[in-house]
Ligand binder design. Structure first.
Ligand SMILES: *[C@@H]1O[C@H](CO)[C@@H](O)[C@H](O)[C@H]1NC(C)=O
Ligand SMILES: *[C@@H]1O[C@H](CO)[C@@H](O)[C@H](O)[C@H]1NC(C)=O
Ligand SMILES: *[C@@H]1O[C@H](CO)[C@@H](O)[C@H](O)[C@H]1NC(C)=O
Ligand SMILES: *[C@@H]1O[C@H](CO)[C@@H](O)[C@H](O)[C@H]1NC(C)=O
Ligand SMILES: *[C@@H]1O[C@H](CO)[C@@H](O)[C@H](O)[C@H]1NC(C)=O
Length: 943
């Protein structure tokens, strides 16, 4: 409705303009002067170039100026300067000079200061949009005089202060309203208080009111209930308290956004009168009592969220037949009811989360008829009965979480049909039977958690077909048989937990070839035999637990076995090792010593460079994808002749450097290897009289055909070599040749940030000012990649392993192995890449990688830098309503003494807050890296 009104107004105005001959009159002269006076008060504004007084003063009509529209008397009716890059404030804009102004749009600029009181003199104004600026102060009371306004938008400003440190999952798709789709969030600090004046109720023609993303507090004025035309009320992300006014019951609202405030009490039953409701967002408040039972009475409800409140009582009866539902979030309340009786069939439903309530009953086969469902989460309820076999018909399902219920019976045999499934979480139930072999059909699965059930039988070898698995937990079941060798095929696996089962036989040596495995728990089984030596060479392993088995013989040599404690190996048959507490091995049992010296040397290098290299997952992903895609038509691509310069792109003189590298590394002898992953090895290569390089040699490229495939990346890699930024590891060049294919990077003396933070001395060396510098450097690098590169580059695997440090502890972003270009016309198709624990939550249910995924990973990284370790559970806890962000002192790395200067403490607080904003579950509400950088700079400037 608002749109139509606006449109016809435009047409009308356009007609007026056409008809009007631009004759100057005294009115337009005053108006022009008022505009020019404002322009003069602003810093240089290229967009207002056309705003100049004509030399012939009688012709100084502003009607042709940019953004200005007049009526046929030549008086200004419209000022539209949205997206004009305006800086400065409104104090010198004399609103009383524009008695005929109908439309004022200054949205998406950089205006600061307060809203002048004399805005109330625009008595004919119908449309006012000052959204997405940096205005502050409070709403002037004089707004009450703008009685003709139908659209009022102040969203995304700083009106009324107080820094909101809370962090929330989204629950929203605000862009649906069309109003908010393009807005850029800018984090600001102001400290004023402010309420919406009761007089807002005078604006009797209001249709749309948006005050979201500000710092309004106090109660929502009941007078809003007088606004009988109001259809859209957007008050989310403020600090409103008190109850929803009962007077709302008389409104005709279609969209009501109240999420993320401090509202309490029960939702008035009168809200059932809102029979046109399409969107109702109540999430993240402190509501109690029952949900409005007739919330879908009008039969239009599409988007309903009441998550993270204290609602009790039954699921609203009207939801059962609410076929329009598209997205429903009711998680984290205390709702009761029967999941098989209270819900119906929703053809359009894509997302429903009912987790952590008190729902009972069984899962109805009806859910299978919600064919558009991609996310179904009902964790933490009292659901019993079997998982209906029909559930395998949900062909779009990406995330199925039924954990912590009382489900019994078997896992559906045909579960493998859910081929889009990314996460299958069934832990903590009473499931019995065997793990179905069909599970191998879940070729997109990245997390599988069947732990804490009563599953028996063997682990099917087909699990090795779930080649994207990053996390696999089958612990605390009754599984028997041996560990299938095929688990060694899971090249992306980072976490493997098979503990507390009855597994027998030996540990398959293939586990040692899992290139990125970080945690391995095989404890509390009946495993016997020797610990395979291959486990000793696992570079990525951070923790291992083999206790309570029947293992015997010497532990292999290797980083992990030296840094573990005896507890990780206790209660076995006869394990021996140099580890203090274990019995030492007698010399004759010791396994082959050939080349031991060499591998030790390599390991020492690696220890100082651990994790700097994690090409693996994505290269596998890209290769396999391309292999599939191109295997038919790629074969004809012939290899370029070897006699030419072997370097496809090279920063220096390619031919000689190629030779030098091969020579200096003695044809890539292992003694130069400083790290190895599943698909790549990295060598430190020192060319005499030149530089030291890190040379990354993808393993699979040595084998011919795939080197053809990699050629299709040539142009992208070529662009990467052109990146020049002081905080990005330089890719000097790459070379694809049958014998030696490799990429050549700048060498970083201090290895990875992960490694520095791991060690006591490293952590101490990284004092608070240095850590702040590290955060800034990464922010600058990402901002550069996102905003200054054409096309923009998304890194996709920001983690502490991919931040390298130079000798003077300057941070560099490395490893674009996973970066792909965000081409405006490409679909951003991707296999899930990146490091477990840093992945943005939306990747759980969408394949679209945007730069906001990097922003999320950056948030994780920042917390890690502050805490000295990966924030882990803290991130999930941040999403719970009761936790405001933890006080800074509680999370800071305690290996450093607390910051002494106030300046540093302030900066740390800012950095922490920025991290929290980056970790918002809704990608759209995360800041851009550009605005993160601006905030970081501002702090420097003002401190
Ligand atoms: C509204 O306008 C009237 C008449 O012009 C004026 O007397 C009054 O002060 C204005 N109200 C506010 C709050 O500015
Ligand atoms: C929910 O209610 C419980 C007690 O009924 C209270 O302890 C808790 O703080 C409430 N949670 C919120 C978010 O208000
Ligand atoms: C929620 O409300 C309860 C009482 O209803 C109060 O004790 C609690 O502090 C409130 N929680 C928040 C986060 O406002
Ligand atoms: C489902 O969505 C489509 C497209 O938005 C819409 O046309 C249709 O009416 C919806 N179906 C129901 C039952 O609401
Ligand atoms: C599912 O979504 C599509 C659009 O993505 C829509 O056209 C369709 O109506 C929805 N419902 C069903 C049952 O497919």
């Amino acid at each position: 409705m608002a749109c139509q009104g606006k449109l016809s107004l435009h047409v009308l105005l356009a007609l007026f303009v056409l008809l009007s001959s631009c004759k100057a009159n005294p009115r337009s002269k005053t108006e022009a002067e008022a505009l020019l006076r404002w322009k003069e008060s602003l810093p240089d504004q290229p967009t207002l170039k056309s705003w100049v007084a004509h030399t012939n003063s009688s012709a100084s009509s502003p009607c042709k100026w940019r953004g200005i529209t007049c009526n046929n008397e030549g008086s200004i009716t419209e000022i539209n300067l949205a997206y004009a890059g305006l800086r400065g404030n409104l104090q010198n804009l004399n609103f009383s000079s524009f008695p005929n102004l109908l439309h004022l749009d200054l949205s998406v600029n950089k205006l600061t200061g307060t809203i002048p009181t004399n805005i109330g003199t625009l008595s004919k104004l119908q449309y006012l949009d000052l959204s997405t600026n940096s205005l502050n102060g409070s709403l002037p009371l004089s707004l009450a005089n703008l009685t003709q306004v139908y659209q009022l938008d102040f969203s995304l400003n700083n009106i009324s202060g107080g820094l909101d440190r809370r962090l929330f999952p989204d629950g929203t798709s605000l862009s649906k309203t069309g109003l908010l789709s393009l807005k850029i969030f800018v984090l600001q600090y102001t400290k004023l208080g402010g309420r919406i004046p009761e007089e807002i109720g005078n604006l009797k023609y209001l249709v749309v009111m948006a005050l979201d993303w500000n710092y309004f507090c106090g109660p929502i004025p009941p007078s809003i209930g007088n606004l009988s035309d109001l259809t859209t009320l957007i008050l989310n992300q403020n600090e409103f308290s008190g109850q929803i006014p009962v007077s709302f019951g008389t409104l005709k609202l279609t969209h009501l956004y109240l999420l993320m405030n401090r509202l309490s009490g029960s939702v008035p039953e009168e809200i059932v009168n809102l029979s046109s409701l399409v969107t109702l967002h109540l999430a993240q408040n402190n509501f109690t009592g029952h949900l409005p039972q007739q919330v879908c009475q009008g039969g239009h409800l599409v988007n309903f969220s009441a998550a993270f409140n204290n609602f009790t009582g039954p699921i609203p009866v009207s939801l059962k037949y609410c076929r329009t539902l598209y997205r429903v979030r009711l998680e984290h309340n205390q709702l009761t009811g029967y999941i098989d009786q209270d819900f119906g069939v929703y053809p359009n439903l894509t997302y429903i989360d009912l987790s952590y309530n008190r729902l009972q009953g069984k899962l109805s086969p009806n859910w299978a008829e919600c064919q558009n469902l991609t996310v179904l989460r009902v964790a933490g309820n009292l659901i019993s009965g079997k998982i209906p076999n029909e559930i395998v018909q949900l062909s779009k399902m990406g995330y199925l979480d039924l954990s912590s219920n009382q489900l019994s019976g078997e896992i559906p045999v045909e579960i493998g049909k859910l081929s889009k499934l990314l996460k299958l979480i069934l832990k903590d139930n009473k499931l019995s039977g065997e793990v179905p072999a069909g599970i191998g059909g879940l070729s997109n699965l990245d997390s599988l958690d069947l732990s804490i059930n009563m599953l028996g039988g063997p682990i099917p070898g087909q699990i090795g077909d779930c080649w994207k698995l990053q996390s696999l937990s089958l612990s605390k079941n009754y599984l028997n048989g041996t560990i299938p060798n095929q688990i060694g095929n899971l090249r992306a696996l980072q976490d493997l937990d098979l503990s507390f089962n009855s597994l027998m036989g030996g540990i398959p040596p293939q586990l040692g070839s899992l290139p990125v495995l970080e945690c391995l728990n095989l404890s509390n089984n009946n495993l016997n035999g020797l610990v395979p030596t291959s486990l000793g060479s696992m570079m990525s392993l951070i923790s291992i637990n083999l206790s309570n088995n029947n293992l015997e013989g010497p532990l292999p040599d290797g980083k992990i076995f030296r840094s573990s404690t005896t507890g990780d190996f206790s209660n076995n048959k006869d394990l021996c090792s140099g580890i203090k507490g274990l019995q030492p091995c007698n010399a004759s049992v010791k396994n082959e010593g050939v080349g031991n010296m060499k591998s030790k040397l390599a390991i020492i290098f690696v220890a100082s460079f651990v994790g700097a290299i994690s090409l693996s997952i994505t290269f596998v992903g890209i290769f396999l994808y391309l292999k599939r895609k191109h295997s038919k038509n790629m074969m004809k691509v012939e290899s370029t002749s070897n006699s030419k310069n072997p370097f496809s792109i090279w920063y220096f003189d390619g031919k000689t450097v190629y030779k030098d590298i091969v020579e200096a590394s003695e044809s890539f002898d292992d003694k130069y290897c400083i790290g190895a992953g599943g698909t790549a090895k990295v060598y430190k290569v020192e060319i005499l009289g030149a530089q030291v390089f890190a040379v990354k040699k993808p393993r699979s490229m040595a084998e011919g055909t795939e080197s053809e495939i990699i050629k299709s990346f040539t142009s992208e890699l070529a662009a990467l070599t052109k990146i020049r930024h002081r905080n990005i590891v330089k890719l000097f060049g790459f070379c694809f040749q049958d014998v030696h294919s490799f990429l050549v990077y700048e060498f970083m003396e201090r290895g990875s940030l992960a490694n520095m933070l791991c060690s006591e001395e490293g952590a101490k060396e990284l004092d608070w000012p240095t850590r702040i510098r590290v955060v800034k450097s990464v922010a600058y690098a990402l901002s550069y990649m996102h905003h200054d590169c054409v096309p923009p580059i998304i890194h996709r695997d920001i983690s502490s392993k991919n931040i390298l440090l130079s000798s003077d502890l300057v941070a560099y972003v490395s490893d674009f192995g996973t970066a792909r270009f965000l081409k405006p016309d490409s679909s951003n198709w991707t296999t899930i890449a990146g490091t477990y624990g840093y992945l943005a939550p939306e990747l759980a249910y969408t394949m679209a990688v945007t730069e906001k995924c990097d922003v999320y990973s950056f948030g994780v990284l920042v917390l890690e830098v502050l805490m000295g370790k990966h924030p882990g559970e803290l991130i999930t806890n941040l999403n719970s309503p009761t936790s405001t962000s933890a006080p800074l002192k509680d999370v800071l790395d305690d290996r450093l003494s607390p910051p002494k200067s106030l300046k540093i403490a302030d900066e740390l607080a800012l950095v922490q807050n920025l991290a929290l904003f980056c970790l918002r579950a809704n990608p759209q509400s995360r800041p851009t890296m550009c605005s993160v950088c601006r905030q970081l700079e501002k702090q420097v400037a003002t401190s």
